[in-house]
Write a protein that binds this ligand. Structure first.
Ligand SMILES: [Zn+2]
Length: 265
């Protein structure tokens, strides 16, 4: 096992993804084992999606002015049109940033140390996490989320029912794991918050808290799935293909026909 320290520069590297678990890696394994392993082994790179860039643009605005201008500089071509105005996604992003900055409660929740890298041993693995906002004085942490709208309903097989975007994107799981990791590292009892801002015109916003009883289900869920993930990462079992994602489509080899009904599975 390597002794390299987890830093801002190597946080997203394949080496560190191999060595550490993370919430996004866990979610990725749940959606497609084959693609996740191919990514970890470096044989498949997911293209940075526009939504991801817009999200990072918004996050950088709350980290510091310096980080935000560095981000704008580095991504100039995707942000600005030839005539100097911004592409509409980034104009929306500017409105989202303003919405949060003009709201006192949101800014209170956003107050603290930004982009804090932590690590902890959980469920037989080393985990890494980057906390958007950590406030040790108030024993709380906050994640900033951009979303289409606050009240949209999603069908969830995991929860076997209709859920909000918070469960649909596994943000309860994310907050549950972060809470365990932070408490392992710093002690005490930390409360998670999500500052959510929408892409609507005008933007909607909310500061969301969590009934702690929601976390027990997530801990059971992760504990149940981790043994297989550890075996997959160790190369002891073969990954299952989801047959729907970009990687599976790219690497698909047909060896049989399918009946019409298969298309609805
Ligand atoms: Zn797949």
């Amino acid at each position: 096992m390597s002794q390299r320290k987890l830093t801002k520069d190597n946080y997203y590297s394949p080496e560190m993804n191999k060595e550490y678990m993370s919430v996004s890696q866990f979610k990725s394994f749940m959606s497609c084992e084959a693609r996740t392993l191919a990514e970890i082994n470096g044989s498949w790179t997911q293209e940075a999606k526009q939504a991801f860039l817009v999200g990072n643009y918004v996050h950088s605005a709350f980290e510091s002015e310096e980080v935000h201008s560095e981000f704008v500089e580095a991504n100039n071509v995707v942000i600005f049109k030839k005539n100097g105005s911004k592409y509409s996604d980034f104009e929306t992003a500017d409105r989202m940033i303003e919405t949060v900055k003009n709201d006192q409660l949101s800014m209170f929740a956003m107050d603290g140390e930004k982009e804090v890298i932590i690590e902890a041993d959980l469920y037989g693995a080393k985990w890494k996490a980057k906390i958007d906002v950590l406030n040790k004085d108030y024993s709380r942490f906050t994640d900033l989320k951009t979303t289409a709208e606050l009240y949209k309903r999603f069908w969830s097989d995991k929860y076997n029912g209709w859920v909000s975007f918070i469960q649909a994107y596994d943000y309860v799981l994310q907050m549950a794991i972060y809470k365990q990791m932070i408490e392992k590292q710093f002690g005490g009892n930390f409360s998670p918050y999500i500052v959510a801002v929408t892409k609507q015109t005008p933007c909607d916003k909310a500061v969301i808290d969590f009934d702690p009883t929601r976390f027990d289900f997530e801990y059971l869920y992760v504990a149940e799935e981790m043994p297989r993930i550890l075996k997959l990462k160790a190369g002891e079992v073969a990954p299952t293909r989801c047959n729907k994602c970009d990687y599976c489509r790219f690497s698909k080899v047909l060896n049989d026909t399918i009946e019409v009904g298969e298309l609805l599975k």
